[in-house]
Design a protein around this ligand. Structure first.
Ligand code: SF4
Length: 331
């Protein structure tokens, strides 16, 4: 493509340069705040985008729409067959490439992913207690996650970020221990307010630990120096005084950051979502499999973003839960 990309702008003037790509809806954990113990009806395999389709859509996004960063998500993206090869092809498009994972299998794949061109990883970890890990995820795999974190750091996939979702009555007493763990190992800690995107539809706002509560807990242990937010990044950050360590809070519910949103999402079955909480999707897979050219795909992408709403409206009468659960959207 020899013309410069034209920015992907919505009607509020937000420029979209960050693409989240879900590579699968399947997962090898069963987190209680995400899905039932028996799992979900997974997408049929032939409905999931193949590597060529993923690469083509990301290429269009980069060449025509000005996307500069791509985050690979799931379900659990490490379950994707041939992931390292796909990462190499995406990295060749010149994007800033990162991945969000539960860490299972990362100890085995970190070096290969780094060599293929992956830049950074975010690893989900809600507890440091094996019995609590098994209770939250319904799998006894804490040791694998800790090994995955260490391997990611050793492989240079940094800064290695640890994402934790505090839930009242479950793990809010580990906010400080998790932050201490991250500081000790040189990881970047981020706490995320839980969101109404679980497959069971059981999200309870009263069980959500707010950003204010998270900061209050941290403030009792650490002297926090505000750093603020980097551009349109979701996390507000604080440096721990006397260290280079930074801790972040993603307060999607109580301090929404929709006004500066630069994100669009592609699901594993090729549906474009202009917002994490979108209730409508654009079927890019049908366009690809229907023989559409790049210009037609670009037009559909622009139309979707042109129709993007101001934000998620959680807590207001307008809020409508999306049909698709977080596990099939990706972080
Ligand atoms: S809720 Fe939607 S608009 Fe708000 S930050 Fe998330 S993706 Fe962007």
């Amino acid at each position: 493509m020899n013309t410069a990309p034209r920015p992907l702008v919505d009607r509020f003037g937000r420029v979209h340069t960050d693409l989240r790509v879900s590579l699968t809806d399947r997962c090898n954990l069963r987190c209680t705040y995400c899905m039932p113990a028996e799992g979900l009806d997974w997408l049929p395999r032939d409905g999931v985008l193949g590597d060529d389709e993923v690469v083509r859509l990301v290429r269009i996004a980069v060449e025509r729409l000005g996307v500069a960063s791509v985050r690979l998500t799931g379900g659990e993206p490490l379950l994707r067959r041939g992931l390292t090869g796909l990462v190499a092809r995406l990295a060749a498009l010149g994007v800033d490439l990162s991945l969000t994972t539960n860490g299972i299998g990362l100890a085995r794949t970190a070096v290969g992913l780094r060599e293929a061109g992956l830049g950074r990883v975010n690893v989900s970890l809600d507890t440091l207690r094996p019995e609590r890990f098994a209770a939250i995820t319904r799998r006894d795999r804490l040791a694998d996650v800790l090994a995955g974190l260490a391997a990611a750091k050793a492989a240079g996939l940094g800064p290695v970020k640890v994402n934790a979702v505090p839930v009242r009555g479950t793990n809010e007493d580990e906010i400080v221990p998790l932050a201490e763990f991250a500081v000790e190992h040189g990881y970047r800690m981020r706490f995320i307010e839980s969101m109404p995107l679980d497959a069971q539809g059981a999200w309870d706002r009263t069980a959500m630990v707010t950003a204010q509560e998270i900061l209050a807990a941290l403030g009792k242990r650490f002297d926090l120096v505000p750093v603020g937010r980097h551009g349109s990044a979701p996390a507000e950050e604080w440096r721990i005084a006397g260290t280079d360590a930074v801790v972040g809070v993603i307060a999607s519910v109580t301090r929404p950051f929709c006004g500066g949103c630069d994100r669009v999402r592609l699901t594993a079955d090729g549906q474009l979502r202009n917002c994490l909480f979108a209730t409508e999707e654009s079927d890019l897979r049908a366009l690809l499999r229907g023989g559409a050219d790049d210009a037609a795909v670009e037009a559909a992408w622009r139309a979707s973003v042109a129709g993007k709403g101001p934000g998620h409206a959680i807590g207001s009468a307008e809020f409508v839960r999306p049909d698709r659960p977080m596990s099939a959207i990706g972080g």
